[in-house]
Design a binder for this molecule. Structure first.
Ligand code: OAD
Length: 234
């Protein structure tokens, strides 16, 4: 490893798998029994809001029964101890990175514990049920609060910040993501273009595995703490 100052870590569902949060692309192609297009698109929300709101209510409620695993905790430690720049970009909508201590963190696909009011446009912290059509905590209007989740066909959040971080990083690390969903799947190539080292930590080779300088296959709960120890020790 050369002289590393600026690190970008991209995480996906695989980092939360050992905490008991299911990944998206299971062997049956379903996400918790649903086709992705039935629960994770604006069209699905317009067609059957009750189904979509209830689906995300269940995902949100599940957060109370899961805990960060050693991979989240290791990234929290990296954040606390790494003196250079760091940005952890997660595609996950759970709150396990925060609970593992990460602060230099960005949720590019939104958050379960955030609500977006389509009446006033404001976003606010949310930890209840949306299926009962609660009033917006900001404007008080009922019936227009939706999950603050980036659905298929919508624009991921804070892309400019991510692009700058990747263009100026020396090391890009991808953890627990299948590399099936853009723009995140393209970050490795942008990082290579910027001259960064690239490392993949995943259970199986991702779709973009060939683009990484190095791939380590295994469980995030083993690989991430090992990698963080090496970075902080070296
Ligand atoms: P996927 O379900 O597509 O991929 C999860 C990856 O994690 C796979 O490559 C697995 O091999 C790997 N994996 C599973 N268990 C692991 C473990 N214990 N340790 C390490 N790796 C493990 O999830 P994402 O790539 O996150 O978007 O999916 C990307 C996006 O697609 C999601 O953010 C979501 C989804 O549709 C939106 O909702 C917008």
């Amino acid at each position: 490893m050369g002289d590393i100052r600026n690190i970008v870590v991209l995480t996906g569902a695989g980092i939360s798998a050992e905490s008991g949060v299911p990944t998206f692309r299971g062997p049956d192609g379903l996400w918790e029994g649903h086709r992705v297009e039935d629960v994770a698109t604006p069209e699905a929300y317009r067609r059957d809001p009750d189904l979509v709101l209830d689906f995300y209510d269940q995902r949100r409620a599940k957060l109370a029964s899961v805990e960060p695993n050693p991979a989240h905790v290791a990234l929290g430690r990296l954040d606390a101890e790494w003196k250079g720049k760091l940005l952890i970009v997660t595609q996950n909508v759970d709150d396990l990175h925060e609970r593992g201590g990460a602060e230099r963190l960005l949720h590019m696909h939104g958050e379960l514990k955030s609500a977006w009011c389509l009446s006033c446009g404001e976003r606010h912290p949310f930890d209840g049920k949306m299926a009962g059509y609660p009033a917006c905590a900001v404007c008080g209007v009922s019936g227009h609060v939706r999950p603050d989740i980036v659905w298929f066909g919508e624009m991921p959040y804070r892309m400019e910040e991510i692009d700058v971080a990747i263009a100026t990083c020396d090391l890009f690390v991808s953890v627990g993501t299948s590399g099936a969903v853009y723009p995140a799947a393209g970050f490795v190539q942008s990082a290579r273009y910027a001259g960064a080292e690239t490392l993949e930590l995943n259970l199986d080779p991702s779709e973009g595995s060939i683009f990484f300088n190095e791939s380590r296959m295994g469980r995030a709960g083993d690989l991430v703490p090992e990698w963080v120890d090496a970075v902080l020790g070296g």
